[in-house]
Design a protein around this ligand. Structure first.
Ligand SMILES: C[S@@+](CC[C@H](N)C(=O)[O-])C[C@H]1O[C@@H](n2cnc3c(N)ncnc32)[C@H](O)[C@@H]1O
Length: 393
């Protein structure tokens, strides 16, 4: 992980603008005053830098929850912050490199807000979840130039690699998204997607709650697929295949096609690895033979703004957990926003197998999610209501 070793984590007067970055505010963990988060705004993203004390050393690095997709922007932000805060840097592992030519234009990478307001396209839409090196995604996008491909991935280095390839090949029918695919499907209108590919997902045998496939994910995938459209799962893991098969077959009204060791016209990076090891490859293709109802979810992520009655809100909220039937709200940490009367919470909320991890900033006259509100799902709205209650009741 790129980081700077610094003598002390100092915070200058904020906000402070330096080049493409505005350092807007800083917050300090109430239980560990050595941990500070520094908010950074660019024209495309909001994220935090993290400064903390480890083994007698002060480290400046990225905050995992909000890490920006562009590694170059992250490195530059750390160097700029060290500069404006007058930090004494004792060691650094940040590479001294110019921004890659083919990453300067990252317009193929869309922000989640691009998808929260319904976008229009004449093209049929195909989704690939966890595209990795992008071999399969790029191949299919070239094969079907009249379709729009949405590639979803959470691994930043893979996203950057695929942005480069798209720019080098001048492909215009791909959007990329740096987001958890399990949450993304909830945003899409019913009956709108022509195909969903999930090739060689991580099996997560020891942490099954992190798997992409789950009963509720399959329900969402089914809902967003057009009638007669299909989800294609390809895996080398017999265990994941068996688990997924159970999830699919438990669904009401489902058409499944199972294949073993079937050749397809493009070999992804992972498939090539498994082929070399002569592993069996399993496909499950779920075809939808129905039309789903439109999704109707009412509610907003606004907070009720009224006087806060709790005398010591920050310690009241710290480590609070509320569970309800389908989900939960957990306040992991509480921060004080430096030089203000505001607080910030680091929370996880929503459904047990697809939780959101984000921050909430509590000002005296407003409350906001950072870097952006959760996905509008029934469970997230319920969790939001509970969080609102914890703050005000
Ligand atoms: C084993 S790799 C397979 C990559 C590629 N499909 C291939 O066949 O070479 C699985 C990929 O899924 C991505 N991934 C895991 N969980 C994800 C999630 N919830 N949303 C989006 N991508 C995810 C990982 O970052 C990783 O790149």
């Amino acid at each position: 992980m790129p980081h700077l070793h610094v003598k002390q984590c100092k915070v200058p007067l904020l906000p402070h603008k330096a080049d493409r970055f505005t350092f807007t505010f800083a917050a300090q963990n109430i239980s560990n005053t050595n941990e500070k988060l520094i908010a950074v705004r660019t024209n495309t993203e909001n994220f935090f830098l993290l400064c903390y004390n480890k083994d007698e050393k002060h480290l400046l690095k990225s905050d995992k929850l909000t890490r920006p997709t562009s590694t170059y922007a992250l490195h530059l932000a750390m160097i700029k912050y060290a500069d404006i805060a007058g930090l004494e840097v004792t060691a650094s592992n940040i590479p001294q490199k110019e921004e890659n030519e083919h990453l300067k234009d990252s317009s193929v990478l869309k922000n989640i807000s691009f998808f929260t307001t319904p976008f229009t396209t004449e093209k049929k839409i195909v989704i690939e979840i966890g595209f990795g090196s992008g071999r399969h995604l790029l191949y299919r996008a070239k094969q079907y130039p009249n379709k729009l491909f949405i590639g979803i991935e959470i691994h930043k280095a893979s996203i950057q690699q695929v942005i480069k390839a798209i720019n080098i090949e001048h492909l215009t029918n791909i959007y990329l998204l740096d987001y958890d695919a399990r949450l993304f499907l909830e945003l899409l209108p019913s009956n709108s997607i022509e195909k969903i590919y999930i090739h060689f997902p991580v099996p997560w045998d020891k942490k099954p709650q992190r798997r992409v496939i789950s009963p509720s994910f399959i329900d969402e995938a089914y809902r967003v697929l057009e009638k007669n459209a299909a989800l294609e799962l390809r895996t080398d893991s017999q265990n994941y295949y068996e688990y997924s098969y159970q999830c699919f077959i438990n669904r009401h009204k489902v058409l499944l096609n199972i294949k073993k060791n079937q050749h397809i016209d493009i070999t992804s990076k992972y498939e090539a690895r498994w082929q070399k090891m002569q592993k069996d490859i399993y496909d499950i293709v779920m075809t939808k033979d129905d039309t789903s109802r439109d999704r109707e979810i009412d509610g907003t992520f606004d907070f009720k703004i009224s006087p806060i009655h709790k005398t010591d809100l920050s310690s009241f909220l710290n480590k609070q957990t509320v569970k309800f039937d389908e989900g939960f709200v957990h306040i992991e940490r509480v921060y004080r926003v430096i030089d203000t009367n505001s607080y910030m919470l680091r929370i996880s909320m929503g459904s047990f197998n697809r939780p959101e991890h984000l921050y909430v900033i509590i000002h005296s006259n407003a409350i906001e999610y950072f870097p952006k509100p959760p996905i509008k799902s029934a469970i997230n709205l319920k969790a939001h209501k509970i969080l609102n209650g914890l703050i005000y009741e």
